[in-house]
Design a protein. Structure first.
Lengths: 345, 345
DNA sequence: TACTTTTATGAAAACGTTTTCATAAATTCG
DNA sequence: CGAATTTATGAAAACGTTTTCATAAAAGTA
């Protein structure tokens, strides 16, 4: 009965196969499947039943081509395995799935060339929207222009373009994060406070530094602190910076490290060199990577609430997809941060 | 000149637009773009130049529909943010991108229902192949049947179906991992060795337990050890297990915990309860999560070489995609593990 | 009853590619 | 030089949907 309509099992069956098996037109089958427009109740049931029997699944590509909608969102980020990003991706993917969207992920590995390549690929794949956290060095954002010119929603997060590049942005309150760190160290009584920062080409490190300096200036009345280092976030560089810091006569008694991984490196360096934390050196990290909670001493750090971040991302994205495009200026959404006090400071 | 051919900027231009602008047929343009078949050198140059000028990008959906190839791979895993998986995904995505494939990711959150849903979605999206690491509880693998019946390569890794479900599989050498852990604890002189394992419904925990027991049996001559616990990998459950273990009179002096996160929990419990590691309790974890290297004492663990894992995944997948499907039985690929000795044991 | 509206379905076009089938021009070969 | 081959291009069909435009039947309304 049914078998006579079933094609070679390796073939996909289509809406035409369903139509043939039911003596209906493909149009009606499509309508039944998507319950758009009028379809007799009985017909719809017959279609659904047959679809089940033949194991029919819609070819999303064909539908996408026709509808000009892929139900796919592209996500470009530096590296999935970084704690903050892994958490964000986790919730973003879950929420998008619930809303019927696929997520395609591309890692720039902090290489602007790769980032551009991914933008092109995703555009070519006709993603319905795109989410981007930039490279540490991205200065030319024009590879993303195609999206705006083609009215494809683009949403930057965390590492974002400057205000001058008009785009929707969600970012953590890095200035406040830096400020909280500085304030905490000052209030703990530190006199010589240093900082090991990431590259200032990236907005997040720039803002963390600005907030931090503002705190020192406001609360200690100091101008430009001396013990500043910026680097590419490698453990080796952190050690270099520490060596320099502790060589001089004005050793730091407080240190703000803008990445938890590097804060852990500081911890190890301190242990190796007999520097007591927090007695001799108070330490504040950034991100609330779970590792900071289990090392000893545990590390005081700034939580960025990545899950909340992810939720806001998806909510904003959906709003962008659903509402008609507007040229209105949309101020950056700032998500909160807070200081998690632990043993290191 | 050119502008007259440019459409409204929000429109995508197509191969037809190129053809019109150049007074060529779409066929020739396509041939020039993909350099298939004969195209005069000069023509090809003209096409490429115009493509650049008009900012043409191929619509991958249309191409995919026509070619029955999406250049997209689906990946289903429990949760991206787990260390092992994050590392695997990182290298898999990078390698796939280099080979011209997009990666779409779906998280089952260890829910078999969600896993099934994702399989359906990815099938519907016509992925060229699919990579799966199962739920801890997946027992019914039939949701994946569609792929095999439609000749779509499917490759399981890490958490895989049993031998009886014929499918290509890449897994870590969990038996050996368990064996190495057991051997190490025995050789360290432990007499009462316990184990906290994940759910035995999953092949990985079953194999780790089997290897571990084999080691104790072979090297200690003991039959079924007493101090066995299995649980769902939650910190709370680990604490419960520990409470029970240390309540009895035969307290363990060695412990194999088949997940590093839980090994860290053991560390904390030990600290809270004044149990000295490694003096009173030797501890071995599993996965070589970076956290094990930075806690103190650092944790001896089993490395699974996730990067190597990812490389093998992609290599095998490419082979499956490129070579004609075969019914030949393909034995599971086993990737190596090794014991990383640290302070805890 | 005769008209309008609602319900139900089908034919055909469209989405943007690629490829098969033609055909013509250019080149090679005997 | 004429025939065979290679090079170069175009027309049209195809991939699997969805949707517009018809049209017909059923239901509602005056």
């Amino acid at each position: 009965m049914i078998q006579q309509f079933m094609k070679d099992s390796q073939q996909h069956n289509t809406i035409l196969d369903l139509a043939a098996a039911l003596n209906l037109s493909p149009a009606t089958v499509s309508r039944a499947l998507n319950n758009t427009s009028y379809v007799k109740k009985e017909t719809k049931e017959r279609v659904l039943e047959m679809a089940l029997k033949l194991g029919y699944r819609k070819n999303k590509m064909a539908a996408g081509l026709r509808n000009n909608k892929t139900n796919t969102i592209g996500l470009i980020l530096p590296k999935i395995s970084m704690y903050f990003h892994a958490e964000v991706v986790t919730v973003v993917q879950n929420l998008l799935h619930a809303k019927g969207y696929n997520l395609i992920i591309g890692q720039s590995n902090d290489d602007p060339g790769m980032e551009k390549e991914l933008a092109e690929t995703f555009f070519s794949s006709r993603v319905d929207a795109i989410i981007v956290s930039c490279t540490l060095e991205t200065e030319d954002f024009s590879p993303f222009d195609i999206f705006s010119t083609h009215q494809i929603p683009i949403l930057f997060y965390d590492r974002v373009p400057p205000e001058t590049y008009r785009a929707r942005v969600i970012k953590g309150d890095d200035f406040n994060g830096g400020f909280l760190a500085g304030k905490h160290l000052v209030e703990a009584g530190c006199k010589h406070i240093g900082m090991i920062n990431g590259p200032m080409t990236s907005n997040i490190y720039e803002a963390r530094a600005a907030g931090f300096i503002a705190a020192l200036r406001m609360l200690q009345g100091k101008e430009e602190p001396k013990l500043f280092f910026q680097q590419q976030l490698q453990a080796e560089e952190t050690r270099e910076a520490l060596k320099k810091m502790f060589k001089g006569k004005s050793k730091p008694d407080g240190l703000f490290v803008t990445s938890d991984r590097n804060a852990v490196t500081v911890l190890q360096y301190a242990k190796e060199n007999g520097i007591k934390i927090p007695q001799e050196l108070r330490l504040v990290g950034y991100s609330n990577d779970p590792v900071t909670a289990v090392v000893s001493p545990s590390i005081t750090t700034i939580d960025q609430y990545p899950a909340l971040f992810g939720e806001k991302l998806v909510a904003t994205l959906m709003e962008m997809i659903e509402s008609p495009p507007t040229d209105e200026y949309q101020p950056a959404v700032i998500t909160p941060v807070s200081l998690i006090e632990r043993e290191s400071a």
